[in-house]
Design a protein around this ligand. Structure first.
Ligand code: 5GP
Length: 196
C-alpha cells in the first residue's frame, strides 16, 4: 500500500471527566474524515450502560497480562494508580491505518508519550476543561465515581494539565459544538498538509 493511502494516528488526551468520550462520538459522526475510534482494553469493571467491545474490551486481570506478555499492546498503563490497567491493542491501530482510516486513541498522557515514541507523526490533541472547578463539577455530576476515585482523578487532572504543552494542539471543551468543530478543523488541516 502506498504511503498516501495509509491512515493517520490521532492521540487525544485530557483529564477524566473533560468529555473525551462525548467529543469523540460527535467527531466520528460529524467530521468528514474516515475516522475510527480505537477500542482500548481495560481491567476496570464496566459502568452501567457500557458495552464490551464498544466502549472497551473489558478483560480480566489475567487475560490483560497474558496479552501484555504476548506483546499485543502498543502501550498499556495502570492509570491513576487505581489498580486498573488500560491499554491500546496493536491490532486496533494497525488494521485501521492499513485500510486508510484515521485511528483516534483516547488515552492518558503516559500512553500518549509511548505512542508518539513509536509513531512520531501522530497528531496529538489535549482536551482541556475551562477550569479545575468545572472538571470537579462534571466528575461529580457523572455520578459514576466514589469520593476516593474523584479525588484521585482530580489530582491526576492537575498532573496531566501540567503536561498539556507537550501536545501539538490544545482545545478547551467549554462548548461542545465549538470543541468538536475546532478538532475537526485541526484534523482537516493536517489532512491537507504533507508533513504529517
Ligand atoms: P475511564 O475509566 O474514565 O474510562 O478512563 C480513565 C482514563 O483512562 C481516561 O481518561 C483515558 O485517558 C485513559 N485511557 C483509556 N484507554 C486507555 C488506553 O488504552 N491507554 C492508556 N494509557 N490510557 C487509557
Amino acid at each position: 500500500m502506498s504511503e498516501a493511502a495509509r491512515g493517520k494516528l490521532v492521540v487525544m488526551s485530557g483529564p477524566s471527566g473533560v468529555g473525551k468520550t462525548t467529543v469523540l462520538r460527535r467527531l466520528l459522526a460529524e467530521c468528514p474524515l474516515p475516522l475510527r475510534a480505537s477500542v482500548s482494553a481495560t481491567t476496570r469493571p464496566p459502568r452501567p450502560g457500557e458495552v464490551d467491545g464498544v466502549d472497551y474490551h473489558f478483560l480480566s486481570e489475567e487475560e490483560f497480562h497474558r496479552r501484555r506478555q504476548r506483546g499485543e499492546f502498543l502501550e498499556c498503563y495502570e492509570v491513576y494508580g487505581s489498580g486498573w490497567w488500560y491499554g491500546t491493542l496493536k491490532g486496533e491501530v494497525a488494521s485501521g491505518l492499513e485500510s486508510g482510516q484515521w485511528v483516534v486513541l483516547g488515552i492518558d498522557v503516559h500512553g500518549a508519550f509511548s505512542v508518539v515514541d513509536q509513531y512520531p507523526d501522530a497528531i496529538t490533541i489535549f482536551l482541556r476543561p475551562s477550569s479545575l472547578e468545572e472538571l470537579e463539577r462534571r466528575l461529580r455530576g457523572r455520578g459514576t465515581e466514589d469520593e476516593e476515585s474523584i479525588q484521585r482523578r482530580l489530582q491526576q487532572a492537575s498532573n496531566e494539565m501540567a503536561l498539556a504543552d507537550w501536545y501539538r494542539h490544545q482545545v478547551i471543551n467549554d462548548d461542545l459544538d465549538r470543541a468538536v468543530r475546532e478538532i475537526c478543523q485541526i484534523l482537516m488541516h493536517m489532512g491537507e498538509s504533507r508533513d504529517v
